[in-house]
Design a protein around this ligand. Structure first.
Ligand code: AMP
Length: 216
């Protein structure tokens, strides 16, 4: 199964991707995670990306596409399938991805589109905490860890992402509406778009996963 997961920040792309990974075993590639890893390692790419990420803007297409292309070409675990989370985010990225995947004979089966409303997005993102070690997601009201500041799954330290503050979230939403939302039409046109209501995620998620696995 080869998927991209699209949607505004806070729609639940990461949680959906983790659920699909648990159900199917396909690899989860988050460009946000790849970029944060580059930042942590203080690579040239990471240092270049940091200023865009901290302000809520998009990292330039060529930097992110290069990162994804390298991953797709070098990681043999992706032969069983993959799920791209947070990529593509612009029409240029969508077209480049199409070209890269054609060349690798790994073309997409589905583009999953998660929609969510702004009040829910703000609530989700301002309360979100992430495990520094394994990436597990928690929430200060909806999904509290058993012990404050500690990951239930691996004991790692929980932190709040620097871009999960109200001001940066609003910029990220504007950037999403301008650059990313239009690419849903691109995938709708190729007949592979599956839409999920991110506000009412649990049942809808189940429905879409069932449709996908039934091949409908
Ligand atoms: P995420 O973890 O998906 O919310 O991404 C965090 C930040 O990383 C975004 O706000 C962007 O600054 C950057 N980023 C992630 N994926 C992309 C992408 N496909 N294109 C450009 N910037 C990206």
């Amino acid at each position: 199964m080869k998927l991209v997961v699209l949607g505004p920040p806070g729609a639940g792309k990461g949680s959906l991707a983790m659920a699909i990974k648990a159900a199917t075993g396909v690899a989860h590639i988050s460009t946000g995670d790849l970029l944060r890893e580059e930042m942590k390692n203080e690579s040239d790419l990471g240092l270049e990306a940091k200023k865009f990420i901290d302000s809520g803007d998009l990292v330039p297409d060529e930097l992110v596409t290069r990162l994804v292309e390298n991953k797709l070409k070098s990681d043999s675990t992706l032969d069983k399938g993959y799920m791209l989370d947070g990529f593509p985010r612009t029409e240029v990225q969508a077209k480049d991805l199409n070209r890269i995947l054609k060349g690798l004979e790994k073309e997409l089966d589905y583009a999953i589109y998660l929609e969510a409303s702004l009040p829910i997005i703000l609530k989700r993102l301002t309360g979100r905490r992430v495990c520094r070690n394994c990436g597990a997601l928690f929430h200060m009201t909806n999904k509290l860890p058993k012990q404050e500041g500690v990951c239930d799954q691996c004991g790692g330290e929980l932190y709040q992402r620097a871009d999960d503050n109200e001001e940066t979230i609003k910029t990220r939403m504007d950037v999403y509406l301008k650059n990313t939302k239009p690419i849903t039409d691109y995938y709708r046109g190729s007949g592979i778009l599956k839409e999920i209501d991110g506000d009412a995620q649990t049942e809808d998620l189940q429905r879409v996963l069932t449709q996908i696995f039934d091949g409908r």
